[in-house]
Design a binder for this molecule. Structure first.
Ligand code: F6P
Length: 375
């Protein structure tokens, strides 16, 4: 079909693309694929800076809150981490933090202002690339009448309805490489190395890197832990002449009857998790009498070049998002359903979380390898 006919049939002349929440390797690849697929249909593409901020807080952007996405602008970015559009996980427009005259912080729904800004900029449709929070916001805009297609991004892999999110493979591959590196130093010093990984309230990163990287114990949010079980595992290894152990802890893991370690809470954003690795290391040291060290991989998991898997997935997702708009779809998210991609309603994704099923074969494999899950 010619570009002119695609414009006529879809009723779309201009689309916007934004990236929201924590960055993940592959964002730029999605932006490139979506931009080229749009331009090849005769559409114009613009990027919104920093989530929705470029659209509804234009005063903060002297050079403009929107970036024109041309072929030249997206050239050579497939393999680059981060996002050329910028992103934010502050200031959810549905719960935007405002300060009243007395200096008190309150939350305001600013979505109508954003809807007006979309109309003002003559944007016909939005491709929202994000995780749970961003896709819930995208769903709210779809319900207000904007044509929206979501693309599932997060290193945490905790989104429902898609086999995998982009960014996850890169994060797990890097975490596994870190575990490989920690083995030799742990062995040399006969230490317990506790490795804290991101993942929020789901244990995908911890489980997959832990099993692949031969961890001795893996603690995940899905299984509240008892460190006595982990100490028993470490002591059993000692008796077998294995005087070091590697323990992977998901940032959202918590002890039986205890709470998740939260670093800070702020209005308009998700709680910041962290600190569990240090706590686990201290407690294991006192339970076993062995020296323990904690390593936090943290934001390193979000950096670097996407793996081949993530690059290809991101390019497929970006192109599929534009295809969905061209087909007249809206209020959907692109999802991987091998060997293809499909579209699922955003409302089936918004506000939900995909956790590690305890009876899946990956967990059974871990247990059959003798890995302790703290239970
Ligand atoms: O959701 C992605 C993620 O990296 C989580 O794994 C982590 O809890 C969070 O973002 C960290 O966010 P921030 O960049 O605000 O520290």
């Amino acid at each position: 079909m010619t570009a002119k006919k695609t414009v006529q049939r879809s009723g779309i002349r201009k689309i916007a693309i934004n990236t929201g929440g924590g960055d993940a390797p592959g964002l730029n690849a999605v932006i490139r694929a979506a931009t080229l697929a749009a331009i090849n249909r005769g559409w114009e593409a613009v990027g919104i800076r920093d989530g929705y901020h470029g659209l509804f807080l234009p005063e903060q952007y002297p050079d403009g809150g929107l970036i024109e996405l041309t072929r030249a602008r997206v050239r050579g970015i497939t393999h680059i981490g981060g996002t050329i559009l910028g992103t934010t996980n502050r200031g959810n427009p549905l719960h935007y933090p405002m300060v009243d005259k007395r200096g008190r912080v309150y939350e305001k729904d600013r979505s109508d202002e954003i809807m007006r800004a979309f109309r003002r900029e003559k944007i016909d449709a939005l491709i929202a690339i994000g995780g749970d929070g961003s896709l819930s916001i995208a769903n709210a805009f779809a319900e207000k009448g904007l044509r929206v297609v979501g693309v599932p991004k997060t290193i945490d892999n905790d989104l429902e309805q898609t086999v995998i999110t982009f960014g996850f493979d890169t994060a797990v591959s890097f975490a596994t490489e870190c575990l490989d590196r920690l083995h030799s130093t742990a062995q040399a010093h006969k230490r317990i190395m506790v490795v804290e990984v991101m993942g929020r309230y789901a244990g995908w990163i911890a489980t997959e890197c832990g099993i692949s990287g031969s961890a001795d114990a893996i603690l995940i949010p899905e299984i509240p832990y008892d460190l006595k079980r982990v100490a028993e595992k470490i002591e059993q290894r000692d008796r077998m002449g294995r005087h070091f152990s590697i323990v992977v802890v998901a940032e959202g893991a918590k002890p039986i009857g205890g709470a998740v370690s939260v670093v800070s809470k702020e209005p308009g954003r998700a709680d910041r998790l962290g600190g569990v690795g240090e706590k686990v290391a201290e407690e294991l040291q006192s339970l076993t009498g062995k020296e323990a060290r904690a390593v936090v991989l943290g934001h390193l998991l979000r950096g670097g070049s996407p793996t081949t898997f993530d690059r290809l997935l991101s390019l497929r997702f970006g192109a599929a998002a534009v295809r969905a708009l061209a087909e007249g779809q809206s209020g959907v998210m692109v999802a991987l359903d091998p060997p293809t991609v499909r579209y699922v309603p955003l409302k089936k994704v918004a506000g939900r979380m995909k956790r590690v099923p305890l009876d899946c074969d990956m967990m059974l494999t871990g247990r059959e390898l003798g890995i302790c899950f703290g239970d």
